[in-house]
Design a protein around this ligand. Structure first.
Ligand code: KIV
Length: 275
């Protein structure tokens, strides 16, 4: 299955079935217009909690709330026809207990229409994943660099190097065993990412991981050059829309000050048209 041949949005099981076959394409989205642009090209779109940093100016993802995820989840849902919608569970919405996780995951599904939720963590969160899956909540896991834990991981550093590799491998096995239908691998050495991809039976979605992963994801503000506060090595800039927008804004300001805008074609006469 590919994004171009598909007629309706895939389900988590369809994404799982893409392992080892077609590379899975995904991006983050937070708004309807961007979701509409991505829809024909992506297998799934993630409303990531990165929304807090790139759209709301927060210093990290820890301040993101359920309400923010629901609002942006609903906006993205309106823009999707053929890509599957996944919504991130924000920090503090699932770690306390499996029951708390179910309460919030089911709310995300009911209020946004998402097909699955994503949560961060490995072996320590496996029981919660199993609890959710048994109750009808498809779960995408997220291991390696898990940004909600930057304060215990020592910042945004590469995970899984040297003796850290064993822990990441155990995390991958535990979340796959618990029933996650796929897993995001963030900021891991490529050889370790390849080993995980070979070993577990669910698709790996890489971000700063390896071209050998079953799929890839990027934050669209990063790849379009709209978020430039910092640029990790794994971000490829496919466009420089921030620079283009800045140039357009500067030209507009100049033209308003010079009374060059609006020109004749932008103002109404006493006759039609009305638009
Ligand atoms: O929040 C996010 O955008 C994410 C992606 C980086 C995978 O979790």
């Amino acid at each position: 299955m590919s994004a171009t041949s598909r007629k309706s949005a895939p389900l988590p099981d369809d994404i799982r079935a893409m392992k080892g076959a077609t590379p899975i394409v995904s991006l983050t989205a937070y708004t309807t217009p961007m979701a509409e642009l991505m829809d024909p090209h992506c297998d799934f779109v993630l409303v990531g909690d990165s929304v807090g940093m790139v759209l709301h100016g927060l210093p990290n993802t820890l301040g993101v709330t359920m309400e923010m995820m629901i609002l942006h989840g609903q906006a993205v849902a309106r823009g999707l026809k053929t890509a599957m919608l996944v919504v991130d569970m924000p920090f503090g919405s699932y770690e306390e207990s499996p029951a708390q996780a179910f309460r919030n995951a089911s709310r995300l599904m009911a209020e946004t229409g998402c097909a699955a939720v994503k949560l961060e963590g490995g072996a320590h969160i496996a029981d919660t994943i199993a609890f959710l899956v048994a109750r009808g909540v498809p779960v995408m896991a997220h291991i390696g660099l898990t940004p909600q834990s930057i304060n215990t991981l020592g910042g945004y550093r590469v995970q899984g190097r040297d003796e850290g590799a064993g822990k990441v491998l155990r995390d991958a096995r535990a979340i796959a065993e618990a029933g996650a239908f796929s897993v995001v691998l963030e900021k891991l050495p490529a050889p370790l990412s390849d080993e995980i991809t070979r070993e577990i039976r669910i698709p790996t979605i890489g971000i700063g991981a390896s071209a050998g992963c079953d799929g890839q994801i990027l934050v669209h503000y990063d790849m379009l050059g709209l978020f430039t506060a910092f640029k990790p090595k794994f971000v490829k800039r496919y466009a420089h829309l921030g620079e283009e927008a800045e140039r357009a804004i500067a030209t507009y300001a100049e033209e308003v000050r010079a009374r060059a805008f609006p020109a004749e074609e932008h103002v109404y006469s006493n006759k039609a048209p009305n638009t």
